[in-house]
Design a protein around this ligand. Structure first.
Ligand code: NAP
Length: 307
């Protein structure tokens, strides 16, 4: 498991890497909603911060708070050993790396742009060829949460570079190291977001169903929230079953779920709610029975979804 912060450097981090001083300079490239929040957090933590954005107007509020504007991305990179990238997509980061070329040599690039594990691995290899050290990150926060107690970032890639710059990165919130494969931070990030989207898809369907009988959505949410919260209690049991491969359950078998699920789909259709979000689940439940897993619990489905 990755470590939590605030805490000392992870036991797994390279002990030979001397941490950079708390006042080490940081450059932030990309000043959208998230990049601006990141740069503000570095400023508030006392770091000299150099900023660059494709549309220069966005540097204004940060410069007013003490940031130094860079005229070009190369100027921003030259200003600090730690260069934080937060653009819209990794294709944008790739383009920027092409423009920067070997001006990134000797720098640590921490890329906090949302992307795939494969993109992170490709960018890491590119950065390494250009002489830079690459750390990928997945931000588990919205901009307003940055530097607050609930914000944290997953990191992966060059472990020594991470250990060196972790004191500065801690200005953004908690730091969770996931491993030297640069793709791991994105994997952890997308996995947690998958759990979130799964929950929100269910909420949207439930609110649509309630709406068909003019049930007030806000009042209904007062039932939904404690119900979902109580159900989250089974997550550790599911996870233990996935780890152990012991899927037999005395809670709710796949057979019971499979025989009840047509009631959900029939009700959606009868009430005029599209079943499109939930039909795939019936297909999976049907397959679980066809493959002989009737007595197992829902944990069995994780293995069935894996190639
Ligand atoms: P945003 O407000 O839309 O800002 C996008 C940034 O990317 C802007 O600085 C934009 O520059 C820059 N950009 C876009 N295309 C570019 C290009 N071709 N070359 C150079 N710069 C380019 O988005 P955001 O909310 O800051 O999100 C930034 C990243 O953080 C995304 O990957 C997002 O998924 C991730 N993230 C966001 C949140 C969130 O809640 N906002 C949470 C977690 C992760 P211009 O100003 O010139 O357009």
């Amino acid at each position: 498991m990755p470590e939590n912060t605030p805490a000392p450097a992870p036991a797994s981090a390279n002990a030979s890497a001397a941490p950079a001083p708390a006042s080490a300079p940081v450059s932030v490239l990309g000043l959208g909603m998230m990049g601006t929040a990141l740069a503000t957090a570095f400023l508030n933590a006392g770091h000299p911060v150099t900023v660059w954005n494709r549309s220069p107007a966005r540097t204004g509020p940060l410069v007013a708070q003490g940031a130094l504007p860079a005229a070009t991305p190369a100027d921003a990179v030259a200003a600090s050993p730690l260069v934080v990238l937060c653009l819209l997509t990794n294709d944008n980061v790739d383009e920027l790396l092409t423009a920067l070329g070997d001006s990134v040599a000797g720098k640590t690039l921490v890329n906090l742009t949302n992307g795939t594990p494969e993109q992170a691995r490709t960018l890491s290899a590119r950065a390494e060829k250009l002489g830079a050290r690459y750390v990928d990150g997945g931000i588990m926060a919205v901009p307003q949460m940055i530097a607050g107690p609930d914000a944290y970032v997953f990191y992966s890639g060059d472990e020594e570079a991470y250990a060196t710059h972790r004191p500065a990165l801690a200005a953004l919130g908690g730091t969770k190291w996931t491993g030297t494969d640069p793709g791991l931070a994105a994997l952890y990030d997308l996995g947690l977001l998958t759990g979130m989207y799964g929950m929100l898809i269910g909420v949207v369907q439930a609110l649509a169903l309630a709406r068909t009988e003019k049930v007030n959505a806000e009042e209904y949410s007062e039932l939904l929230v404690p119900w979902i919260t109580a159900m989250l209690g089974i997550v550790p049991d599911l996870a233990r079953a996935v780890d152990s491969g012991q899927h037999l359950t005395d809670v709710s078998s796949l057979a019971v779920n499979q025989s009840a699920f047509p009631n959900f789909l029939a009700t959606y259709k009868a009430q005029g709610v599209s079943p499109e979000l939930f039909e795939p689940f019936q297909v999976l439940l049907d397959r679980s029975i066809a493959e002989g897993h009737a007595a197992d619990g829902l944990s069995r489905l994780a293995g069935m979804l894996t190639r």
